[in-house]
Ligand binder design. Sequence first.
Ligand code: ATP
Ligand code: MG
Length: 237
Amino acid sequence: MVEVSMEDVWVEIGGVEVLRGVTIKVEEGASYAIVGRNGAGKTTLLRTLLGILKPSRGRVTARGRGRILDMTRTPPHKLAELGVGYVPQGRMIFPDLTALENLEVAYGGPVPGDTLEWIYTILPELKRFIDRKGMYMSGGEQQIVAVARALVRRPSLIVLDEPLEGLAPRVVKSILDALREIKASGVSILITESGTISRVRGIAENAYGLDRGEIIYSGDLDGLERDPEARRRIWGL
Ligand SMILES: Nc1ncnc2c1ncn2[C@@H]1O[C@H](COP(=O)(O)OP(=O)(O)OP(=O)(O)O)[C@@H](O)[C@H]1O
Ligand SMILES: [Mg+2]
């Protein structure tokens, strides 16, 4: 199991403070949605949590497998070793590699047969295009590969950055089904969402509301929808 947290984190990009005093905690065994408008800082928050971006101030800590990592001074792959999978915004799969080759690159060699079988039970459609190159896949198929790639090391937490963005309703449904299946198999989920929270209901039970780089809500997911400050700042209601 793994737990990650940020404490009073500030991140500056090009002279602009994109995260301003963010404190969040992702406890082991629990799932979370980070909800905020476009440009609120969701991707920056995830990238900082994963150790890809370094904050100008604050603490980022990961605990798991008997280790404590200071993610402000640890390369991101160490977090992957602790059991954290990542599905970046925009999917970022290799276009000239097949689906299987994309998984192998992430694993660092042939993916064990039982892991591949487990992935097929979660993403049954993957089987259909496992030997197709990324460049010949639809956006939905690429997203399925991106989710599969985050599962190859059997993580205990998977972090997904707007995995439903720009997908047709049918594909949204199959990704959501897969996420419910992943959760049911004991993997925790941290997901960002810029639209309505109804899509992530059943995926995350906890939420953080993010606006202009500040956490404006922390609590259960349904409470976010009722919170006056969140309603005003996230949805303009
Ligand atoms: N590399 C960068 N260079 C310049 N500005 C950046 C960069 N990355 C992020 N920003 C700025 O930081 C702010 C937060 O960006 P971020 O991508 O974290 O938001 P987001 O909530 O993920 O948005 P979206 O919903 O569009 O993905 C935005 O105002 C964005 O313009
Ligand atoms: Mg983003």
